[in-house]
Design a protein around this ligand. Sequence first.
Ligand code: CO
Length: 459
Amino acid sequence: MPKVRITETVLRDAGQSLIATRLPYAKFEGALEMLDRAGYYSLECWGGATFDTCLRFLGEDPWKRLRDIKKRVTKTKLQMLLRGQNLLGYKHYPDDVVRRFVELSVKNGVDIIRIFDALNDVRNLEVSVKETIKHGGDAQVTISYTQSPVHNEATWAKMIKQIEEMGATSIAIKDMAGILAPKECYDFVKLIKENTKLPLHLHTHSTTGLAFMTYLKGVEAGADCIDTAISCRSGGTSQPATETLVHALEQFGYETGLDRAVLKEINDYFRPVQEEYIKNGLLDPKVMMTDADALTYQIPGGMLSNLISQLKQMNAMDKFSAVLEETPRVREDLGYPPLVTPTSQMVGVQAVNNVLAGERYKNVTKEVTAYLRGEYGLPPGKVSEELIQKVLGDEKPCTDRFAATLADGFEAGKKEIGAKARSDEDVLSYIVFPQVYEKFVDEREERERNRVRYSIVKA
Ligand code: CO
């Protein structure tokens, strides 16, 4: 029987897409043993926004969370999402920091690192890919899927070859906006299969309602693995449902290796958790609605909710449709970057600025300025000359790999944070999110003092 592997996203992307990653470890700890027993190919459980959210909102040490998961999940591979040279932050970090981060991710328990670059600039993937392999991890190199006049079969075929040459152990299509249609997916999978023998993983979102069909056609074309979410946390901006796909695929004669009785246990575990988030308002029903408009605007779910909250804060929701129309124009000016972290935020905020100021590029954000300087890599298409001239004047953009121009950062960061870091993992948390980490440590110390006080009182 042909096999299809399944990656479960309930611990990472499902939560990131539906409830802004606000799921503390304590709320999923009880499901880990079941998740390990179900027969998944891998559990996506770390990286992406989880790292930032742990430190910023949940008062959790992300490294400890990873080790705790690893202790309980002993058979199934753990998977993380890494933004290449951006690590889990929003700008490029020096190579020594990237290498140390990857090394410690593997040493703390990650088996598969899915690595992407927001511009599909392969130079930004190489350091993390090499380091992953060096430490025995699976380097899953990812194409950030997008549609534009400068993205065509030839661009993708070239990237696929480069991914193979880089030494990737598997390849993935990452469709963050859920715009990859069944026919496009079928053709894309065929194209990849013609150009490489690497195992192919598909990642999409249910945002536009295409996902089930897209996966089915992708599998038919030869995809080896799909990303799904347990049913009560699936749909909308999350992934399509695990159980439903298993049901459909098995009828076609595919073996998924998943135990349906265990899938039911997992779903029964998460259903009350999901209901709690509906009651406390963290799950906005809007994210569960099929959004066919996204087919036109190509805006990922997370970016859309950011735009809405930004406009609400500024009391400017009446400008929403103007911002939606400005977004593709800004993207065009910037040479059609795929909209994914951090370019999605960059393009979104600039579009809001352009509309609210009543004049395009009157206020240019520091991220767009850095982008124009070449600090994120090579844009896929031509950047507006007029915009470069306006923002940079005579300054020439950097065309080398930007990180190669940065001085080493690990030792300097270690010195800077001093005793507030208890380990090299802490130093990395500090380097990637300096203010957030310091606040996290201050609060942690406060909590520990309270605990000591409490135990003295009790004694
Ligand atoms: Co995703």
